[in-house]
Design a protein around this ligand. Structure first.
Ligand SMILES: Cc1ncc(COP(=O)(O)O)c(C=O)c1O
Length: 396
């Protein structure tokens, strides 16, 4: 069911996002595949039951709806195959656990999504796996951190709070030379704007909760691997019992069809707002890789084909009081975690657990997810926030 047309391999990712993972003429011509809900799958004979001799054997290990999204994502991103998990976080933990054993060591970027850090510091440590945090800007220098028991390097580019762009090809060369698995959380760029397998990544992880779902109503994770890693990843995935709910899978399949056009709007609005913010009073700098002023801009331009809708703004001085005044003054932006949905969101960035990628920054960091609202309205809302923050500075 990989696509509705045979010549699909050379198509652009945005076209694949519309057409992959569906076969209307296998479904009476209906444009979208049906939702198969189920645990039990019946076998026609005891011989087939005993040998598990049919395409689907039990709901947890796959359904045609799950296959549709798995195949679509593998095709868009260019992996050998994809597995779906109940959340993006579960995709991260499943992928790591699939590749490590007690006594191993892993290299983890310091700017990683915070729950991933927690997973390493608590669960992995308890299982006897040691984590070393590295500077996300380390590039080829990561070779110096590799130990005889190092098994994998985990990357996330750009980091989803401070937006450091990693030199993935340079890290991939080290991983290949030292026989390490290279994992990447590719959620920010989506499969449309960064193609990890073309840059030497072995395992690509997404919180499909974000742009693929697009409406803040679903949690879902995806893990794709190249041919060399797929068997091991899939074995870990099945052994851990990770799986995704059919209706959530369908929602993401639906979201995927419009992800290209939504992303274009997120990208355009976000870049316009980020550039405008650089000129606003009360702003020290804007952390968005698409801006010429960003230290990772050249790498981003070299490796990525677009940018999505989150970035951070650094206020010009102050601390928590100023950040909270900014956030409390917002009327359009929701105050809440996550991103990738249709509405604008804002949070105060916490860097307290970082050991390397922690600044210094001139003031507090606010992360903005720019939604699909009118840009002038969003700017007016941010202006309210900046005024409120600077009013605290005057009276403090
Ligand atoms: C970069 C990144 N990776 C993974 C996740 C986890 O995804 P989920 O919320 O679906 O568990 C998030 C969620 O915010 C994220 O920002």
């Amino acid at each position: 069911m990989s696509s509705d047309k045979k010549s699909s391999r050379n198509r652009a990712p945005a076209t694949k996002a519309v057409h992959s993972g569906r076969a209307p003429h296998d479904n009476f011509g209906f444009v979208n595949p049906p939702v198969y809900r189920g645990s039990t799958v019946l076998f026609p004979t005891v011989e087939k039951l005993w040998k598990r001799d049919q395409a689907y054997t039990y709901g947890r290990s796959g359904t045609p709806t799950i296959t549709a999204l798995e195949e679509a994502l593998a095709e868009i991103e260019g992996g050998a195959a994809t597995a779906l998990t109940g959340s993006g976080y579960q995709a991260v933990s499943t992928a790591i656990v699939a590749f490590v054993k007690a006594g191993d060591h892993i290299l983890m970027l310091d700017s990683v999504y915070q729950p991933t850090r927690k997973f390493c510091d608590h669960m992995l440590a308890r299982l006897g796996v040691e984590t070393t945090y590295y500077d996300p800007l380390i590039g080829a220098g990561i070779a110096e951190l590799v130990r005889p028991n190092t098994r994998l390097i985990f990357t996330e580019s750009p980091g989803s709070q401070t937006f450091e762009v990693q030199d993935i090809p340079a890290i991939a060369r080290v991983a290949a030379e030292r026989d390490l698995w290279l994992l990447m959380d590719n959620t920010w760029a989506t499969p449309l704007y960064f193609r990890p397998f073309d840059h030497g990544v072995d395992v690509s992880i997404h919180a499909a909760t974000k742009y693929p779902a697009g409406h803040s109503d679903v949690l879902l994770g995806t893990v794709s691997a190249n041919a060399a890693c797929w068997e091991r990843l899939h074995e870990g995935f099945l052994t851990l019992g990770a799986c995704a709910a059919p209706d959530d899978v369908y929602q993401v399949l639906r979201g995927l069809r419009t992800m290209g056009v939504r992303l274009e709007r997120h990208e355009q609005s976000t870049l316009e707002i980020a550039r405008w913010l650089e000129q606003q009073p009360g702003v020290a700098c804007v952390l968005h890789p698409g801006l010429e002023s960003h230290p990772g801009h050249a790498l981003w331009k070299r490796d990525f084909t677009g940018s999505s809708g989150i970035f951070s703004v650094v206020l010009d001085g102050g601390g928590q009081k100023q950040a909270h005044a900014f956030l409390d003054a917002l009327e359009i932006f929701g105050l809440g975690y996550s991103w990738g949905g249709y509405e604008s969101l804002a949070v105060h960035v916490y860097l307290g657990d970082r050991t390397i990628a922690k600044g210094p920054y001139e003031g507090p960091l606010i992360r903005l997810q720019i939604g699909l609202e009118d840009v002038a309205d969003i700017k007016a809302d941010i202006t309210r926030g900046l005024k409120a923050a600077s009013a605290v500075q005057v009276t403090a």
